[in-house]
Design a protein around this ligand. Sequence first.
Ligand SMILES: Nc1ncnc2c1ncn2[C@@H]1O[C@H](COP(=O)(O)OP(=O)(O)OP(=O)(O)O)[C@@H](O)[C@H]1O
Ligand SMILES: [Mg+2]
Length: 241
Amino acid sequence: MIITVAANKGGVAKTTSAVAIAHQLAQAGKKVLLVDLDTTGSVCLSLGIQPSDGVFRLFTGSFDTEDCVEARNNLYVVPGDSRSKMVDLLIRDTGEYYQAQKRLWDFTYPFEVVVFDTKDGLKLQELAISLADVVLVPTVPEALAADAVYEIDAMLNVMHGAGLFHGKMYVLPTKVGLYKEHDAILAALRDSFGASVLPVVPNRIGVAVLAAQGKTLFEGFYAYIEPVREAYRLVILEITE
Ligand SMILES: Nc1ncnc2c1ncn2[C@@H]1O[C@H](COP(=O)(O)OP(=O)(O)OP(=O)(O)O)[C@@H](O)[C@H]1O
Ligand SMILES: [Mg+2]
């Protein structure tokens, strides 16, 4: 199963969600691949490992399954860093989209679950969407971020129409409680996307503290972030059913 975490908006908990879901599924015994298709190395940093040019080498042919970093038991990472931008330019400018898509698809083969963390505006995000069974769109319940959900929905519809996307989209409200207008915006999202809107992830300051320490939500026990962990458990149940 391939899960692509994508949003046309920064800071909405894409990386937090990708890492939480990947680690939880690895803890459940699945062989999980987590690919950092952002260019800031934030997947690696939030797992406490060194960012590197794994994504660049994956696409240029010198990164194999054995080169993945086993960041946790059953959790294999393809690290990224700013050099992923060069791959993005190559795919964009040389028209090697389909070769790149095949390279990524072939790479996922030995894994039961694949999670892609992405960055908006990159061709790499489009590639990850094209391979996805599930596109998970985190959003904070705030007007501009919610607009970005409609934008990505429109993009997925166009990709679907062109035969480039065959998966299902889910909307994941994150950091809920941080913004005053959240009730109205959540209601509007539920109106538009119905059952595709997942259980909400509450805002808890401790989430950023853990990430800064290179720990996932599922390491150690912190009662104050338990509602966040519980939300991600429900999310996994819904998107993998
Ligand atoms: N439920 C939450 N409660 C409080 N803080 C959160 C929560 N989820 C994520 N955060 C924090 O919000 C910030 C942004 O989250 P994250 O880096 O996952 O977003 P992103 O969408 O990947 O951002 P970027 O666009 O920069 O890649 C981080 O500091 C993260 O720890
Ligand atoms: Mg991120």
